[in-house]
Design a protein around this ligand. Structure first.
Ligand SMILES: C[C@](O)(CO)[C@H](O)COP(=O)(O)OP(=O)(O)OC[C@H]1O[C@@H](n2ccc(N)nc2=O)[C@H](O)[C@@H]1O
Ligand SMILES: Nc1ncnc2c1ncn2[C@@H]1O[C@H](COP(=O)(O)OP(=O)(O)OP(=O)(O)O)[C@@H](O)[C@H]1O
Length: 310
């Protein structure tokens, strides 16, 4: 044997895993003149992820196929955020798009876990790699922010403070891993609908802007134990999500009865996150929540994890 190896086959496609996000702290301020709400949030990427695969179709156009969670209910045309992302990269590069995108979805649709934003971030990365487009971080961030407030974080992953409408990011060097049980529900909540409900409740004097993220950031930076973290989780959208879907209250209560350290609505809901002490506790808790019923699906996840452009 001469030790020669066969030449590597040219890559046929690019596959990118993109994590879901949670907001361990979600402070919502007043609506701004542009209709968006000022945020003071801490994002964290978790191990539940979608996979975006891009390959050449051999003729101009953007084609989307979808498998997994909610595949049948999602648009495969311009209405899909991944389609818009591919189009933006082609426009930026000044080329005709030529791509078959496949989205393998595990992140529940309209669940408050940024599933659509994750696919948009994945398509930005996958198409720029497939078409060999040189694009700097700042430009990628600008395109991402144009697609949605959560998309810049979905590119980065890890842990970060989000301000502005959520698109201005400051990375947080988290030391540690936290374990969650993620319980999805049969219903969905549209993000703008939930923000409107926050405004409506505030007119009645319910809810306030939790602007201060210092304590929870410090907990992540110092690797606080799960019990301490549980006391610091905040979501200013939680009351609105529960007001829109009152059945969330019993799901949350059930998880607490089964031993969760705390129950936390994910973003604009309706997914509920239960914090566990460690992986062993998370496995046992997930089993008990499944047996109890009331959730559509129950997943284990840990965070933080890196994003596709980290
Ligand atoms: C609830 C969160 O997931 C928390 O991270 C995000 O704020 C939602 O971000 P997103 O889904 O990327 O939302 P976008 O696509 O930017 O905006 C959708 C709609 O949500 C509302 N919206 C969104 C972000 C924000 N800071 N204020 C808002 O009021 C607006 O009505 C907007 O038209
Ligand atoms: N690739 C996609 N995956 C999921 N939803 C998409 C996608 N493209 C467009 N959408 C649309 O976006 C809507 C919201 O979907 P998404 O799953 O991002 O919600 P979400 O997790 O609540 O978002 P967020 O946490 O950012 O508020 C869906 O109802 C769907 O019609």
């Amino acid at each position: 044997m001469t030790g020669q190896t066969a030449p590597a086959a040219p890559p046929v496609g690019v596959a990118v895993d993109v994590p879901a996000k949670i907001n361990p702290h979600l402070g919502v301020g007043d609506a701004r003149a542009d209709g968006y709400h000022a945020l003071s949030t801490v994002y964290q990427a978790i191990s539940l992820h979608d996979t975006v695969t891009a390959e050449r179709r051999g003729e101009p156009g953007i084609e989307i196929t979808i498998s997994g969670e909610g595949a049948g209910e999602l648009p495969t045309d311009e209405g899909n955020l991944a389609y818009k992302a591919a189009k933006l990269i082609a426009l930026y590069a000044g080329i005709e798009p030529d791509v078959k995108l496949h989205l393998n979805k595990r992140i529940p649709v309209a669940g408050g876990l940024a599933g659509g934003s994750a696919d948009a971030a994945g398509a930005l990365i996958a198409c720029s790699r497939l078409w060999d487009v040189e694009i700097g971080d700042a430009e990628l961030h600008r395109l991402a922010a144009g697609l949605g407030s959560d998309v810049p974080f979905c590119l980065k992953g890890g842990t970060a403070i989000g301000t502005g409408r959520g698109e201005e990011l400051t990375p947080v060097a988290a030391k540690g891993t936290w374990h969650w049980v993620v319980a999805t529900t049969d219903t969905q909540i549209s993000t703008p609908e939930c923000y409107k409900e926050v405004d409506r409740l505030r007119e009645d004097g319910i809810g306030r802007f939790s602007s201060d993220v210092d304590q929870i950031v410090r907990a992540f930076e110092t690797g606080a134990d799960a019990d301490s973290l549980a006391r610091l989780l905040v979501n200013d959208m939680e009351a609105a999500a529960v007001s829109l879907r009152p059945q969330l209250a019993s799901l949350m209560h059930g998880g607490l009865e089964e031993g969760a350290l705390t129950a936390h609505v994910s973003g604009s809901g309706p997914t509920v996150l239960f914090l566990a002490d460690d992986v062993k506790h998370a496995v046992a808790l997930a089993r008990r929540i499944r047996m109890r019923g009331g959730a559509r699906s129950v997943h284990l996840a840990h965070g933080p994890v890196p994003g596709p452009a980290a």
